[in-house]
Design a binder for this molecule. Structure first.
Ligand SMILES: [Mg+2]
Length: 407
């Protein structure tokens, strides 16, 4: 792994008035802009010192609703100055962390609606650092829907690299993450809690951490991850499994299943010498039928790799089968829609490098599949109906990523 260099940026300097907070050799901190989808601010970077021989302790904080809140009382700040500590005890607690030898790190999700808001937000970080005077502070903020955004653990991964590359050992087993997005009534989400679970880090709310209150949030969190599905890993891939999957004579095989259910992988694996008809490639249903008809008239076998969620759509294929006098079979991908949604995120964020890059599909693709879905039956006129269960396929490292909370 290449050594991560901190490239300090002056491209977007904080507002000028910041400097009046500082005297002597204090600086308002620096930005590392080497990752476009991430704000990386650091003040009095402790990693510039000689690493100690013992592992160091770190304490991770969310920002909004955890360390600070708006002075205006609004959900979104009105400017760089519109902030105050979440509780009066916060700065002293951070000072105590520093005294105890802990590194203080902030992990935040941000979604800026434009360059002005982004500039104002960046301008706030030196102001916060200034109030903490001599406490080293590092802030990471995820800006896009990518691996860095909580509950994904990209920011933790970056920290692990950063410390390792600078020769520091972190006692991750005693790290704690303090965040307010815990899935409580009124919380906007539970992504602080689920990120901590994904990263294997102890989680507490600001109420527990700063005010000593008992934990009060749904645990386990109400969010999807693959292990929430009980019979995952226990079902056979194809049911019934007694007959061959592919055949050697002209036929139509139509797939039924949500996007990201593994249909195309299944095609590549079991039907690779069938012609592939797919609406994402061919754009319209009419074009799909035209292309399929041509193949069938030439005596070739065809897989229709579309979602084919309702009786009316499947009827088009039954009609074509009658027209060209070909048998027609159904492979129904029984992947739960929640799992398909999860796979959609997984393959967009973590697709193995040797697989084609997949764009994340909109939520509406899953909602419309779910609302329009009519379970396929033999009564519609098919010659065979097989069920394909979702069976995980990949390396152990990929499995760890796939098993996380991704939303
Ligand atoms: Mg928060």
């Amino acid at each position: 792994m290449s050594k991560r260099k901190l490239t300090e940026s002056t491209a977007e300097p904080p507002a000028k008035k910041v400097h009046s907070f500082f005297t002597g050799n204090l600086t308002p901190g620096s930005f590392d802009d080497s990752i476009p989808s991430l704000v990386h601010f650091f003040h009095l970077d402790p990693l510039k010192a000689e690493p100690p021989s013992e592992p160091i302790q770190i304490v991770l904080y969310d920002l909004d609703g955890t360390l600070i809140t708006t002075r205006s009382g609004k959900t979104f700040p009105k400017g760089s100055d519109d902030w105050k500590w979440w509780d009066d005890s916060v700065p002293n607690r951070l000072k105590q962390d520093h005294k105890d030898g802990k590194h203080v790190i902030v992990l935040s999700n941000q979604a800026f609606k434009g360059p002005k808001v982004r500039r104002e937000w960046r301008g706030k970080l030196p102001l916060i650092a200034a109030k903490l005077s001599n406490i080293p502070l590092r802030v990471l903020a995820a800006l896009e829907k990518d691996v860095y955004r909580k509950p994904r653990t990209g920011m933790i991964g970056l920290l692990r690299e950063l410390y390792q590359d600078n020769g520091w050992t972190v006692d991750w087993s005693n790290a704690v993450y303090v965040g307010d997005a815990a899935g409580r009534k009124g919380d906007h989400s539970n992504t602080d809690f689920t990120m901590a679970l994904n990263a294997g880090i102890k989680f507490v709310t600001p109420e527990e951490h700063f005010l000593g209150r008992p934990p009060a949030y749904p645990n386990p969190p109400i969010s999807f991850r693959p292990r929430s599905i009980e019979d995952l890993d226990s079902l056979p891939l194809v049911m019934p499994s007694s007959t061959p999957i592919a055949r050697d004579k002209k036929e139509i095989v139509i797939f039924v299943g949500p996007p990201a259910a593994g249909k195309t992988s299944f095609y590549r694996r079991y039907f690779s010498d069938y012609e592939h008809v797919n609406q994402d490639t061919l754009k319209t249903k009419e074009k799909c039928i035209l292309v399929a008809r041509e193949h069938l008239l030439g005596g070739r076998r065809v897989v229709v790799d579309n979602t084919n969620r309702d009786v009316a759509t499947r009827k088009l294929w039954l009609n074509l089968a009658r027209e060209v006098d070909a048998p027609i079979r159904i492979f129904h991908f029984a992947c739960p829609v929640d799992l398909a949604r999860h796979n959609n995120r997984y393959r967009a964020f973590f697709a193995p490098k040797d697989e084609p890059k997949r764009e994340i599909l909109p939520e509406s693709a899953f909602a419309s599949y779910k609302s329009g879905f009519e379970p396929p039956t033999l009564k519609e006129g098919f010659d065979e109906l097989r069920t394909v269960n979702f069976v995980w396929d990949g390396t152990d490292e990929q499995r760890i990523l796939w098993d996380q909370y991704l939303a």
